[in-house]
Design a protein around this ligand. Structure first.
Ligand code: SF4
Length: 344
């Protein structure tokens, strides 16, 4: 392992417990890593330096982009707007299918990064005249301090904030962040704890707890479920997941089934079949999910939003492009039914 690299931007981490032998426990995510002196956590971006825990990515994004918000994916949150999107290196999970492994599985000392403090970052967002900022691409939990300060500043400037996350975060930091978070897309990777451990190195229950907390705290929520062949594309598992979602009050929460393409350690698997993608949609709708989308599979044309009462099309999408939108003040203009989301 390379030596711990602290530079002038490294910042004392929140949520830590110092122990008398010089080790420190990180309390940010459910791994609760115990770090000996000069050691890094599982995420490779939090380190014990002289008996204190530091984040080594504060103000150090490795990726800055402006994306359509549909790319997050968020379909019921400020549709057809652009969103300033940032990431630092690092992730607390190690998914075999990761599509961003080059940055998510790197340590802070391994890759080029910008030096952009929260104040400068938010100024950049304002300069680009976009209404929102997303913490995305890798895992924002592991750059929590940077995300938190940026989110607080963003709200002071009337910008909306979005977290795209694996949901593997402890309750206390999540609750502290929620007042400064407007929307989240949580990647619910499967609905089997053993598969969760094998595929990602994480666990299922903390992610379910995150979903409940975000909903209870009034953060607009959408869920992504990537259908990885032989891991998470099992119809019974999809049915169980959707039943849990409906039983726990997530029937109105949009769910995005996305297609797997060979990547990272699962390069040898085939893409998810069209049959399974369509089957997942039917299963979810039969379970009571109201807004079910299929992503990464343009030919299936399952990206439009329909009114669940009168069945008229309300948002017509083609990939990330919104071609038509008819929702008015959060309501269907044809039958006046409320359409869940943040529309203006
Ligand atoms: S955030 Fe990183 S260091 Fe902290 S518990 Fe999670 S993996 Fe470990």
């Amino acid at each position: 392992m390379k030596p711990i690299f602290l530079d002038k931007w490294s910042k004392l981490a929140l949520y830590q417990e110092k122990l008398s032998d010089g080790s420190v426990r990180c309390l940010l995510c459910p791994h609760n890593c115990l770090l000996g002196v000069e050691k890094q956590g599982i995420c490779k971006v939090r380190a014990n330096f002289q008996g204190q825990l530091y984040t080594t990515v504060f103000g150090n994004p490795c990726t800055l982009n402006i994306d359509p918000i549909e790319k997050k994916p968020l379909f019921h949150f400020l549709p057809s707007t652009e969103i300033y999107s940032i990431a630092t290196v690092g992730c607390n999970l190690h998914c075999s299918n990761c599509q961003n492994a080059a940055i998510s599985q790197s340590a802070s000392q391994d890759l080029f990064h910008y030096n952009l403090m929260p104040k400068e970052l938010i100024q950049q967002v304002l300069n680009h005249k976009v209404p929102s900022i997303a913490f995305t691409y890798t895992e924002p939990t592991v750059f929590y301090e940077y995300m938190y300060e940026a989110a607080v500043l963003a709200h002071q400037h009337n910008l909306k904030t979005v977290m795209v996350s694996n949901g593997f975060i402890n309750q206390k930091p999540l609750l502290d962040l929620c007042p400064y978070l407007d929307a989240a897309n949580i990647d619910l990777k499967c609905f089997d704890d053993l598969v969760y451990r094998q595929l990602t190195g994480g666990r299922l229950q903390p992610v379910l707890d995150t979903l409940k907390t975000l909903k209870a705290e009034g953060v607009w929520l959408e869920i992504t479920n990537l259908l990885v062949p032989t891991y998470s594309d099992i119809p019974q598992m999809i049915w169980k997941m959707c039943q849990w979602l409906v039983d726990n009050g997530f029937g109105n929460t949009p769910i995005h089934f996305t297609r797997f393409y060979p990547s990272h350690k699962l390069y040898y698997l085939k893409p998810t079949t069209e049959e399974i993608m369509l089957q997942a949609k039917v299963i979810a709708e039969n379970a009571g999910m109201k807004y079910v989308y299929i992503g990464n599979f343009p030919l299936l044309a399952s990206e439009n939003t329909y009114c669940t009462t009168c069945k008229r099309m309300l948002v017509e999408r083609n990939g990330y492009i919104v071609q038509n939108e008819f929702v008015i003040n959060g309501k269907c203009p044809f039958c006046n039914d409320e359409i869940e989301g943040v529309w203006a």
